[in-house]
Design a protein around this ligand. Structure first.
Ligand code: F6P
Length: 351
């Protein structure tokens, strides 16, 4: 290592997803092999940065992690400006800045979803840290990028679950409601619902009319189709918000399941996929995306760039100013091809 080579830190923050270790590996290996940099990984997201907990990343620690789920660095939803410490909530931005300089870092790579992009922006505004971010989340809702890593694998998992629900739905002649994660967006539900052949797909972007869904299920039953699959995003909401009683707050799918059973008289069951969707080995597409964005991040650091998220755009890894990203959320636009295809197929979207 030469005297003028750089040192960089990496952290993973927010909910975990598949491809995080591929991204850590991509950043660290490119930094070491191509630019002779030193690399450390902060543990448990922004908390590790504030508490100066880190490990050196090289050789063995980067071997065999490409295919691993989760993150070898650990993660947390802690925010640097509002961190719980004992019974207090404190601003740790000055601590984070001091640790960054104490370790003689030239840049920090923050890997996370929408919340992480906002937290990185806060650090950029209040310190002189150099920061590059990467977009990860199963929700696929980070603004400014065509895709986030984690999403492809989660779509596969949800699709397999819907495939498996078909046979039991068919044997018992039931309506099977499946709740799919995705926070306040419907990317995961729309994609896995399409790939799994769901009959009804309910997403937050299209507030649902319960009567429309009822008619669709009864219509199928009358045509002799004795089972139905209803894919519901966890953030789904009825057209009339007052319709969700307090006992079902936080579970639109549970409410929908009970109401559909009442309204249709059909036997109905709910399956909630939950955190299973974030577990296990990443798909090839997620490994490739995470590596592509991770290695590009290092190229930007080598060029002394800061304040960018590396986005996927048209198949290329492209730097986008973080100020354009932070605070925005990417929802499914109404004219998106995914929704157009679902409508063309006659899938009920509850609209
Ligand atoms: O952002 C990813 C995600 O899995 C969302 O789909 C979900 O709403 C949320 O995280 C769950 O968060 P937690 O892991 O904190 O329960």
């Amino acid at each position: 290592m030469s005297n003028d080579s750089k040192s960089i830190g990496i952290l993973t923050a927010g909910g975990d997803c598949q491809g995080l270790n591929a991204a850590i590996r991509g950043v660290a290996k490119a930094a070491i092999n191509q630019y002779d940099m030193e690399v450390i990984g902060f543990l448990d997201g922004f908390r590790g940065l504030a508490e100066n907990r880190y490990e050196r990343l090289a050789g063995d620690s980067l071997s065999g992690i490409l295919t691993l789920g989760g993150t070898i660095l650990g993660t947390s939803r802690d925010k640097p400006h509002k961190m719980s410490v004992g019974d207090k909530v404190i601003d740790t931005i000055a601590q984070a800045d001091a640790n960054y300089h104490k370790l003689h870092l030239d840049a920090l790579v923050c890997i996370g979803g929408g919340g992480t992009q906002k937290n990185a922006m806060r650090l950029l505004k209040k310190t002189d840290m150099k920061i590059i971010t990467l977009p990860k989340t199963i929700d696929n809702d980070v603004w400014g990028t065509d895709a986030c890593f984690g999403y492809d694998t989660a779509v596969e998992i949800a699709t397999e679950a819907i495939d498996r629900l078909h046979s039991t739905a068919s044997s018992h002649h039931r309506v099977m409601v499946v709740e799919v994660m995705g926070h306040n967006t419907g990317w995961l539900t729309a994609a896995s619902g399409l790939a799994g052949g769901a009959d009804v797909i309910v997403i937050p972007e299209i507030p649902y009319d319960i009567d429309v869904i009822k008619k669709s299920l009864i219509g199928r039953n009358r045509k002799g189709k004795r089972f139905s699959i209803v894919a519901v995003a966890e953030g789904a909401r009825p057209k009339d918000n007052s319709e969700i009683p307090t006992e079902y707050e936080g579970s639109a799918a549970m409410h929908l399941t009970h109401r559909l059973a009442e309204l249709t008289g059909l036997e109905t069951r709910l399956t909630s996929l939950g955190h299973v969707m974030r577990g296990g080995t990443p798909s090839a597409a997620d490994r490739i995306l995470a590596t592509k964005l991770g290695t590009k991040a290092v190229e930007l650091i080598a060029q002394e760039k800061s304040g960018f998220m590396v986005a996927e755009r048209g198949g290329y890894a492209v730097p986008v100013p973080l100020e354009e990203i932070a605070g925005n959320r990417r929802i499914i636009p109404d004219n998106h091809p995914l929704l157009n295809s679902l409508r063309s197929l006659g899938i009920c979207l509850g609209e």
